[in-house]
Design a protein around this ligand. Structure first.
Ligand SMILES: NC(=O)c1ccc[n+]([C@@H]2O[C@H](COP(=O)([O-])OP(=O)(O)OC[C@H]3O[C@@H](n4cnc5c(N)ncnc54)[C@H](O)[C@@H]3O)[C@@H](O)[C@H]2O)c1
Length: 347
């Protein structure tokens, strides 16, 4: 493909900008359409990445309705950067045969996600999900080692402070702290860890979760999510994990962590960037691999090259794979509510 790959965005908020920063400089990409239900936001982003970036189209079009965008602009690829409750427009991409990347978590509603997955499969459409940590050298290195020395115990999660929106209260705070919109911190944020753990350890067959509620102080009025949760996972190969979320720890000491213990290998990941300390039995010094700061650009280039070369193997996580992670986090939510363990059928 010698022409530039024409890309459109549905949802032009915070994460869209993380992708656009790199895509606007990508020599093979032309950013041609921006859609947001907040049309002024679509225009703002089009202005910033359309006129500010010399490699992008100056005549990028803006829309307040995704159907109008897909009906009127010819696209080679689309990004869906929507809050968990606002999905469904992926059907338009399927209808028009447009490959797409959808941000994590891929939905809030399992049935709708399953319908989208079925439609994608029927069309054999190229898809990607926003689990960018799969592209990290640290994660890839450990994944290879675990093939012959499988993980037995995994511990990890995200611990942060009480959500404190600024005076405008807008942006993600209008939905992140609302359980019926985000699905809660485990579903929305720790989905990254669940996905990596699935990538490293395989299919999850059992989930049992507990949540803390009503203890957080200083949260905004619309706050209905859990203050913290712990989730036990059981894998098809017999391994176990304990993952956690907290948005109520204001004295630091938390952050993002993931510890993987196999018989001969210990992998200690720290920080959003998943930097790695790798310990091997019988080896004196740990190997250190630093996490990549520009991981969105790496993930985006894989998606763009997959489209250009019609090569789905470049993508580390398809929609169908994202659906499996979704099943686990939604099972955790169900278990938090009922107190009961949930079994997951391996497909
Ligand atoms: N991969 C990552 O590390 C990462 C980081 C941040 C956010 N995310 C994910 O990205 C998604 C979006 O998060 P965000 O931070 O960009 O949120 P945001 O609130 O900043 O942006 C969402 C945008 O979508 C628009 N929108 C809502 N409903 C729409 C619809 N039906 N059609 C078109 N536009 C619509 C909103 O007006 C808003 O501009 C979430 O699922 C979040 O979990 C991923």
């Amino acid at each position: 493909m010698s022409e530039k790959t024409k890309i459109g965005f549905v949802g032009c908020g915070g994460i869209a900008e993380s992708h656009l920063t790199g895509l606007a400089k990508h020599p093979d990409v032309s950013l041609v359409a921006f859609c947001d239900i907040n049309l002024s936001r679509a225009k703002e982003v089009a202005e910033k990445y359309g006129s500010g970036a010399p490699l992008c189209r100056q005549d990028a079009k803006t829309f307040g309705d995704a159907k109008v965008m897909f009906d009127s602009v010819e696209l080679d690829g689309a990004y869906f950067c929507l809050p968990p409750f606002a999905h469904g427009s992926e059907f338009l991409a399927v209808e028009h045969g447009v490959p797409f990347l959808v941000e994590k978590p891929i939905n809030l509603y399992l049935n709708q996600a399953k319908e989208i997955a079925a439609a994608v499969a029927e069309k054999h459409l190229l898809t990607s999900t926003g689990y960018m940590n799969r592209y990290r050298k640290s994660i890839q290195t450990v994944r290879e080692l675990l093939v012959d020395d499988p993980a037995i115990l995994v511990l990890g999660g995200w611990i942060g402070g009480t959500p404190r929106p600024g005076p405008s209260g807008g942006g993600i705070w209008s939905w992140w702290v609302v359980k019926d919109k985000s699905g809660g911190q485990f579903h929305e944020q720790v989905t990254h860890t669940v996905d990596i753990v699935r990538f490293l350890c395989g299919d999850v067959v059992g989930v049992h979760a507990f949540a803390a509620k009503g203890l957080n102080k200083g949260a905004p009025e619309n706050y209905t999510i859990e203050d913290a949760s712990v989730v036990n996972l059981h894998f098809a190969n017999g391994a176990v994990a304990n993952l956690w979320a907290s948005c109520s720890a204001n004295a630091d000491g938390g952050g993002v962590s993931l510890n993987v213990y196999a018989n001969q290998t210990t992998a200690l990941f720290t920080g959003w960037e998943h930097s790695l300390q790798l310990l091997r039995a019988g080896q004196e010094k740990p190997e250190v691999i630093k996490g990549e700061p520009d991981i969105f650009a790496i993930e985006d280039d894989a998606f763009i090259q997959a489209i250009r070369q019609n090569d789905p193997s470049r993508v580390q996580s398809s929609y169908a794979d994202g659906l499996k992670t979704l099943e686990v986090t939604l099972a955790a939510n169900e278990s938090m509510e009922t107190g009961k363990p949930i079994e997951i059928a391996v497909s």
